[in-house]
Design a protein around this ligand. Structure first.
Ligand SMILES: [Ca+2]
Ligand SMILES: [Ca+2]
Length: 304
């Protein structure tokens, strides 16, 4: 076979060979050593648990009336390892020691081999946060990282952080943010220009934007939306509606965590977006769920 035909066939094979990966964005409130020292939190986040079910089988003779069968069990895996890529906001650990602990527990429990990427520590005061990406390196490789530079006007408490991943032949740029609640409108107004800045300086045209936008309830409402280019510009599509509730607390009904995509190709690759109400899923009391976070993960499928 001629070389060019081999190349054409290889290209054709690559073009049709797509893969659905599961992705989540999750604000894990104050993620650090203290959180990972709580076994019940670790169990919900990432450990396998085993349920022993006791059930009874009635038999014909009184002495064998009941047989307790207590070794019947099932296993299930918890939140984090359901995803191939998790984008976490609110890593607050000062020395970063909780990240290898988290990875070790996750890999031990899941049998997978996740790795991590963390952003710089961000924030104007001594209180800092990092963005944390957990992913399987067999599926994703980090190609480039960009921190939005707002030193000129200092709009953001925590600047948007962009990571370009390669997955097979597909490359996509994920931008994440944890918006400061009291500055939510000003920060969200600047989010689309920040993306434009990345386009101008680094060339990316499409963006997968996710994180805790704080874009609802007391922070963003009514006519505020008219000012937010990320909302008004036709190039963006929002995948979590304003009437969604991404908060664990039953007293709040706010769509804080969001998934937004810019660019038609990327938008077409996103499906099955949902808020994961893990308290209902696992039958947790509200206090148990709030020990994990005040936010639900938002999960979706990305076709890469
Ligand atoms: Ca700043
Ligand atoms: Ca709620």
């Amino acid at each position: 076979m001629e070389p060019f035909r081999v190349i054409l066939l290889a290209l054709a094979a690559a073009a049709v060979c797509s893969l659905d990966v599961r992705v989540a964005t999750f604000n894990i409130e104050r993620l650090g050593d203290g959180k990972l020292e709580k076994p019940e939190v670790v169990e919900i986040l990432l450990q396998r648990y085993i349920n022993f079910l006791n059930f009874s089988i009635p038999l014909g003779t009184p002495s064998l009336r009941m047989i307790q069968v207590s070794s019947y069990f099932f296993t299930r895996w918890q939140i984090l390892d359901d995803y191939d890529l998790v984008c976490i906001q609110e890593l607050t650990d000062e020395d970063g020691s909780s990240v290898p602990v988290l990875l070790g527990l996750l890999n031990e429990a899941s049998g997978k081999e996740y790795t991590n990427h963390t952003s710089p520590r961000l924030g104007r005061t001594t209180y800092k946060e990092q963005y944390l990406f957990l992913y399987e390196p067999s599926l994703f490789q980090v190609v480039e990282t960009i921190l939005y530079d707002d030193t000129a006007d200092d709009i953001f408490e925590r600047e948007p952080y962009y990571v370009t991943f390669r997955s097979g032949n597909y490359m996509f740029t994920m931008g994440t943010i944890h918006v400061k609640p009291d500055d939510a409108l000003a920060e969200l107004i600047q989010f689309a220009p920040a993306n434009d800045w990345v386009t101008e300086n680094y060339g990316m045209q499409e963006f997968l934007l996710l994180g805790d936008f704080n874009a609802d309830c007391d922070y963003v409402s009514g006519s505020d939306w008219d000012e937010i280019g990320l909302w008004t510009q036709p190039g963006y599509r929002w995948f979590v509606d304003n009437d969604a509730d991404t908060t664990v607390n039953s007293n709040t009904d706010c769509a804080y965590s969001r998934v937004v995509a810019k660019g038609p190709d990327l938008q077409a690759r996103i499906s099955d977006v949902r808020v994961r109400r893990f308290d209902e899923e696992f039958g947790l009391e509200q206090a148990e769920a709030l020990d994990v976070s005040d936010h639900y993960p938002v999960e979706f499928t990305l076709t890469v």
